[in-house]
Design a protein around this ligand. Structure first.
Ligand code: TYD
Length: 138
């Protein structure tokens, strides 16, 4: 995985009735949840995200179906497929992200460490590139 992103594996409690995955603050994820949102009803050619965050940590987890997440820290780029209920990605760096290739039944859950703040968004990829090269956010 590229620097600034890690896979995160959840414990699933399964028996003959089905499976259950608990997610507790500071235990199953490395932060306290300040916000949750989920994405669904996506069109086949939808590309979402297309931004970085100045200062935000989040976990993305596909609760149903699948999608791809393109991750780019300005130096490395990787596309990760999310298609299991037991593993997500923890994005904790200054990372450009795009979500795409959603299956029709995709439900993408985001667990975020803080409230929504439009000021935290960076929509210019060249800022991510420059940050990776020069280490300063401009
Ligand atoms: P948007 O940022 O376009 O989603 P994505 O990055 O996944 O493509 O968000 C769509 C709309 O939802 C936009 O009007 C902002 C709003 N929104 C909130 O009000 N709160 C939130 O936590 C998020 C993520 C979005």
């Amino acid at each position: 995985m590229i620097s600034g992103v890690d896979r995160i594996r959840f414990s699933s409690f399964g028996d003959e009735r089905g499976s259950l995955v608990p997610i507790e603050n500071d235990k199953d994820i490395p932060f306290r949840i300040g916000r949750i949102y989920y994405i669904y009803n996506t069109t086949p050619d939808a590309v979402r995200g297309k931004h970085a965050h100045k200062d935000l940590n989040q976990v993305l987890l596909c609760l149903s179906g699948s999608c791809d997440v393109l991750l780019d820290n300005g130096k490395e780029r990787e596309i990760v497929t999310l298609n299991t209920r037991e593993e997500g990605i923890y994005i904790h760096g200054f990372i450009w992200r795009e979500m795409l290739h959603f299956s029709a039944d995709c439900v993408l859950l985001a667990l975020v460490d803080r409230p929504y703040d439009p000021e935290d968004y960076v929509f210019d990829y060249s800022v991510v590139k420059r940050f990776a090269e020069e280490g300063v956010l401009q």
